[in-house]
Write a protein that binds this ligand. Structure first.
Ligand code: ZN
Length: 107
C-alpha cells in the first residue's frame, strides 16, 4: 500500500522522451516526466505513481537496472513492473493520489 500522505510528487513537462513513443516516465525520485503534447489523466498519473513507488522500493540504480533487465527478458507488455503499474491504474488509492498530484499542478 503506498504511503500517500508523505509522498510529494511533481510533474515536469518535456518536449520528448526516449523512446520517442513514450508519453510519460519516472526517471528520478518523486518526479514524473510527461510529454508536453499529452494531457495527463488520472489513469496515466496513477500508472506513473506505481513507478514512483517502485523507484522508492528499489532505489534509483536498482530500479533502472531491474527495469532494463526485465525489459530485455520479458518485453514491454509482459514486463512485471509494467504489469504492476497497469494494475495500479485502477487502484482507488493510486487514483486518489493521482488526482491530488494533478490538482497541485494547477494550483
Ligand atoms: Zn509504465
Amino acid at each position: 500500500m503506498p504511503t500517500v500522505d508523505r509522498l510529494i510528487v511533481r510533474i515536469i513537462r518535456v518536449p520528448f522522451l526516449v523512446p520517442r513513443w513514450a508519453i510519460a516516465q519516472v526517471l528520478l525520485p518523486n518526479t514524473i516526466f510527461v510529454r508536453e503534447d499529452i494531457e495527463p489523466t488520472v489513469t496515466l498519473i496513477a500508472h506513473e505513481l506505481v513507478h514512483v513507488h517502485q523507484l522508492k522500493r528499489y532505489g534509483l540504480m536498482r530500479y533502472w537496472l531491474r527495469y532494463l533487465t526485465l525489459l530485455i527478458s520479458s518485453g514491454y507488455e509482459d514486463h512485471p513492473m509494467e504489469v504492476e503499474a497497469r494494475v495500479g491504474e485502477s487502484d482507488p488509492v493510486y487514483r486518489r493520489l493521482a488526482r491530488r498530484v494533478l490538482e497541485e499542478q494547477h494550483a
